[in-house]
Write a protein that binds this ligand. Structure first.
Ligand SMILES: C[S@@+](CC[C@H](N)C(=O)[O-])C[C@H]1O[C@@H](n2cnc3c(N)ncnc32)[C@H](O)[C@@H]1O
Length: 206
């Protein structure tokens, strides 16, 4: 399994930020209208614990709109266009959340501030997985939880999965997420929930 990290993180981040700025509307309309995608996101809902939740890389906010009425919700994303769509979506639904613009490697909250951090299809967009993970863990209180949904290789070989991984790799970084969790000595579960085993739901208890 490969772990790809980019030396020039700033350049990588800026390139992807331009992409999300350009395609924010398209992303919202296309991705969030796909029933399978929505189902994958919604699988995370049952695992949210505690009261104060941070969603990192919240995108255009479909998932946030599904739980914001039940928790004290904070969001962090590095893209203003994505943030604006989320803010409008929440407002239209009469929901609220504190949405910040910033980088996952510098989360603007103190240690242990959150009961739970949620990150869906964000990790594969971050240029430095271990640095992003370390920072997300920092803001989770002891006994709290990290819920991560992302793409990865299936545990068992599947020919369709291999094609999907090749496709994902054209846009994202497919890394050995369990290997990174192991190197942090974390207790976690890894469930394959779709995409021929390529969509994984990770629950990490701190
Ligand atoms: C593939 S989208 C996922 C959005 C949403 N969570 C979902 O599941 O559809 C990736 C998101 O990560 C955000 N992002 C990328 N790099 C980031 C970084 N370094 N820090 C914070 N957010 C980042 C992007 O702006 C985008 O909203």
């Amino acid at each position: 399994m490969e772990i790809i990290e980019f030396e020039n993180k700033k350049k990588y981040t800026e390139k992807h930020k331009r992409k999300y700025t350009k395609f924010a509307d398209f992303y919202d309309k296309l991705i969030y209208k796909a029933p399978a995608y929505r189902r994958w996101l919604e699988k995370t809902l049952a695992y949210i614990t505690g009261k104060r939740i941070l969603e990192v890389a919240f995108g255009t906010g479909y998932l946030m709109s599904r739980y914001a009425n039940r928790y004290e919700v904070f969001g962090l994303d590095n893209n203003e266009a994505m943030r604006d769509i989320t803010a409008n979506r929440l407002k239209a639904l009469g929901l609220s959340a504190e949405l910040a613009i910033g980088d996952v490697e510098q989360i603007p909250y103190q240690n242990g501030f959150f009961d739970c951090v949620l990150c869906t299809f964000g990790f594969s967009n971050f240029p430095d997985g271990p640095a992003a993970l370390k920072e997300m863990l920092r803001v989770i209180k002891p006994g709290g939880r990290l819920i991560m949904l992302d793409m990865n290789y299936p545990k068992k070989f599947h020919v369709v999965a291999n094609f999907l991984i090749l496709f994902y790799k054209s846009e994202c970084i497919i890394r050995d997420i369990s290997g990174i969790f192991d190197s942090f000595k974390l207790t976690y579960s890894d469930m394959e929930i779709g995409g021929f085993g390529t969509v994984h739901l990770y629950i990490v208890d701190k």
